[in-house]
Design a protein around this ligand. Structure first.
Ligand code: SF4
Ligand code: MG
Length: 321
């Protein structure tokens, strides 16, 4: 069976002006990204802010179209006119429940909104669905008459999950779903997402800057750097044996005391580069501790493994000598 969702060589380019009189320059937010999401997988997509994770989420949600490449659902290409198909089958849970929930709407209206937008059911059946969803995400029935500012951060994230699930989606795209929450609440939400996946047979794309958060849930992990997937592997293999130097650095930084910090600059030696003028050769080379001469000038080869890939000159010796 084909993957439920697949990206094939997807590129997304924006024209960006740096300064009032500057000519716009292309920014490749995504640069030839290929990814497969198999049914009931949890694909963890990890990288620092600016690496293209959120652009990728928007393309999968049909909010943006790729500049080049294809989006396939069940092996069939989705064209611009079919974006609504994506919207029904794929639902988002966004980063910040504080800003993604309308403060002037009741919890009931917020959760029912996707049904209204897609014209599903009447008001009685929508109210019934809301009751079901509140129960599913572990919220008391009385919160339906309340408003977002009366709920805790964790409760608001449960509301966002209920809103995503009311469309009965196959795929849920979680973009940093726990990064605005306290650590103890984070694990409750991660457990809830895991339970819902088992119960409903959901497929997740789970986006985070934090590998530790992804480790809870992910069955596969893709690591992004400057618009490219530099390593992809089954979760266990990736955590046991990270191959790309960037993945290794991310794993080390998991041990930093503050989980909200991204990769410490000092460890990687240089700041995250400007995506408008990415480094030559391997885009990671200015920050790589294992840099070789060839890395400055030659883009790394795409080395396929038994179940994944790594893009790095370190692993090319066996195949190219
Ligand atoms: Fe480091 Fe070279 Fe591998 Fe890039 S290709 S990650 S610079 S060793
Ligand atoms: Mg983001």
């Amino acid at each position: 069976t084909p993957p439920v969702l697949e990206l094939v060589s997807v590129t997304k380019t924006y024209q960006v002006k740096q300064g009032m009189f500057a000519k716009p320059k292309p920014l490749h937010a995504l640069n030839g990204v290929s990814l497969k999401l198999n049914r009931k997988d949890v694909l963890g997509l990890v990288g620092e802010s600016g690496c293209g994770k959120s652009t990728l989420a928007k393309i999968l949600l049909g909010l943006e179209m790729p500049s080049e490449g294809q989006v396939l659902v069940d092996g069939k290409e989705i064209t611009a006119g079919e974006r609504r198909v994506l919207a029904r089958r794929i639902q988002p849970v966004f980063q910040d429940p504080y800003s993604s929930l309308n403060p002037r709407k009741s919890i009931e209206d917020i959760i029912a909104l996707p049904l209204v937008v897609h014209g599903v059911g009447d008001s009685a059946s929508r109210a019934q669905s809301v009751t079901k969803m509140l129960d599913l995400v572990g919220l008391p029935a009385r919160v339906r008459r309340g408003y977002p500012n009366q709920l805790s951060g964790g409760q608001r994230q449960r509301v966002a999950i209920a809103r995503a699930l009311i469309m009965n989606p196959e795929i849920v795209i979680c973009d940093e779903p726990t990064s605005a929450l306290d650590v103890s609440v984070q694990s409750q939400i991660l457990n809830l997402l895991g339970d819902l996946r088992d119960e409903l047979g959901l497929t997740y794309l789970f986006i985070s800057h934090n590998l530790a958060v992804v480790e809870h849930l992910a069955t596969r992990v893709a690591v992004m750097y400057l618009g490219q997937v530099v390593e992809e592997a089954p979760s266990q293999a990736l955590f046991a044996n990270p191959r790309h130097p960037y993945t290794q650095a991310l794993l080390d930084s998991v041990l930093t005391p503050d989980p909200s910090l991204s990769v410490p600059e000092t460890y990687l030696g240089a700041a995250y580069p400007n995506p408008i003028s990415p480094p030559s050769g391997c885009r990671f080379h200015p920050r790589c501790a294992q840099l070789k001469d060839i890395c400055r000038s030659m883009p790394p080869p795409h080395i396929l493994g038994p179940d994944g890939h790594v893009d790095c000159h370190l692993y090319a010796a066996a195949t190219t000598q």
